[in-house]
Design a binder for this molecule. Structure first.
Ligand SMILES: Cc1cc2nc3c(=O)[nH]c(=O)nc-3n(C[C@H](O)[C@H](O)[C@H](O)COP(=O)(O)O)c2cc1C
Length: 309
């Protein structure tokens, strides 16, 4: 997730266990020069994150292929092409879900990337541009024919953005239509929901986005539920500890101003499941330093810290 799944977030999730694969944030294929990498840091990673997917966006076959070869050199274990981002800034340049309106171009991009690298190439895509132009089956087939190793479908349209619900029957239909692994993405809310969606769609995997910001323990909980061991339920103390570790790791990687912004972004979703979430969100957002934000968090969690004798 752009703005979220940086190296700090990926490492904190992976350390908890249960998550099989993480991805970098989407990176524009035109921004992988050594100079650009130093500026945006989107493809920075630690060896403990591997296997790691690096996701690229772009619509010029030669440029995306060149970028793919460059990120393979950086250490990408999988290269994913984004054909799903609905943001007007991205689609305006013909990237992301705009490729759903030009499938021959998408095929060219995928074939060029495939020819340029040795690591597996995967595709993340949406169901179509809008309900009148659903083309997820055709897109999936084009990708399979181009030698793509696996697909991840977020079964909303570009027009839907994040509105309505992800229609997982489309994930099931893609799974029936192609012979390569299919991963479903969209609205997985908790561990049980993940297993139900896996079973009902026949998908080979689930991809979890927003729920991991609200409940970073979700991957661990899925693994526990699958293997029949009691599911870890984080206490308020665990939640506070998570936020503190998160901000500590951010401070180790970036200036305080950026670390504070990261915490502000994280608390927006993380606070969803907490009673009184609006107040903690507001006080973290008002904070002008990490120390102030930490104090606001400690104050918020204090009443829930029951002493265990
Ligand atoms: C803040 C945010 C950033 C996202 N950035 C990306 C991205 O960079 N690449 C991508 O393939 N999908 C991105 N997505 C889409 C998610 O991967 C996922 O398909 C979508 O959110 C639905 O899944 P969810 O309900 O589990 O969040 C993003 C979603 C959100 C909310």
């Amino acid at each position: 997730m752009a703005g979220v799944t940086d190296s700090v977030f990926r490492r904190i999730i992976l350390r908890m266990g249960g998550c099989g694969l993480v991805s970098t944030e989407m990176t524009n294929a035109a921004s992988v020069s050594p100079k650009a990498l130093k500026r945006h840091h989107l493809l920075d990673f630690y060896p403990e994150e591997r296997p790691l997917t690096m996701q690229l966006s772009g619509n010029e076959p030669d440029l995306v292929a060149f970028a793919a070869a460059s990120v393979e050199q950086l250490g990408a274990d999988i290269i994913d092409i984004n054909c799903g981002c609905p943001s007007p800034k991205v689609t305006g340049g013909g990237h992301g879900s705009a490729l759903l309106k030009d499938l021959p171009k998408l095929g060219q991009v995928l074939r060029a990337v495939k020819a340029a690298v040795n690591v597996p190439v995967t595709l993340k895509f949406r169901a179509g541009w809008d309900e009148a132009r659903l083309n997820f089956l055709e897109t999936a087939k084009i990708a399979e024919d181009a030698g793509i190793a696996a697909l991840a479908l977020h079964p909303r349209t570009k027009e839907q953005a994040y509105k309505g619900q992800a229609d997982w029957s489309r994930v099931a239909a893609v799974k029936q239509h192609v012979g390569i692994p299919v991963i479903g993405s969209g609205d997985v809310a908790d561990a049980m929901d993940a297993l139900i969606r896996l079973r009902d769609s026949g998908a080979d995997g689930v991809m979890i986005g927003r729920a991991a910001m609200e409940n970073p323990w979700i991957f661990m909980q899925i693994a526990q539920l699958r293997s029949g061991v009691p599911m870890f339920e984080p206490t308020p103390a665990d939640k506070l500890a998570f936020l503190q570790t998160y901000v500590d790791l951010c401070l180790a990687e970036m200036p305080e101003r950026l670390a504070l912004n990261k915490l502000k972004q994280m608390i927006g979703q993380f606070a969803v499941g907490l009673p009184g979430s609006a107040s903690v969100r507001a006080s973290v957002h008002r904070s002008s330093s990490v120390d102030n934000a930490r104090k606001a968090l400690e104050q918020f969690f204090d009443p829930y810290m029951v002493a265990v004798v």
